[in-house]
Design a protein around this ligand. Sequence first.
Ligand code: SF4
Length: 159
Amino acid sequence: MLHFILERATCYMCACRCGIKVTVENDNVRFIQGNRNHPTNQGVLCAKGSAGIMKQNSPAKLHQPLLRKPGTARGAGEFVPISWEKALDMLTARLQNIRSTDPDKLAFFTGRDQMQALTGLWAQQFGTLNWAAHGGFCSVNMAAGGLYMMPFAFWEFGD
Ligand code: SF4
């Protein structure tokens, strides 16, 4: 059994980036705890941070593209796995059609990818104004509030 503790990681479950120690066994995350030596959280871990293990181990985690099962209604929740090649071919055909007719018909939303400069550039190059990332529902509002009130954007980081 390969067992080690990753001593210097940061939690990715919100923008605070608390210090964490991650116990790994045989390539599986087994346990997450706060890092007492980290200046932001000094060992404290919130419930969301503790639940970060489910981001790795959740049975609902997607491992490959899924296509709605042919003949089923949207929302029925029935999918079949497809290859990345097939998924990319299908998306390319659909996006080519949208881009050549009305690019603003593409609403492009990304999750916590930390590549928002890149995805934003991609959306601009595509030609749609309709793009956003999850930060608009989360830390960006906190940062905007902080700027109006303190004026600090991310009080957790002291900046
Ligand atoms: S506040 Fe909670 S979710 Fe956010 S980084 Fe710290 S432990 Fe993770």
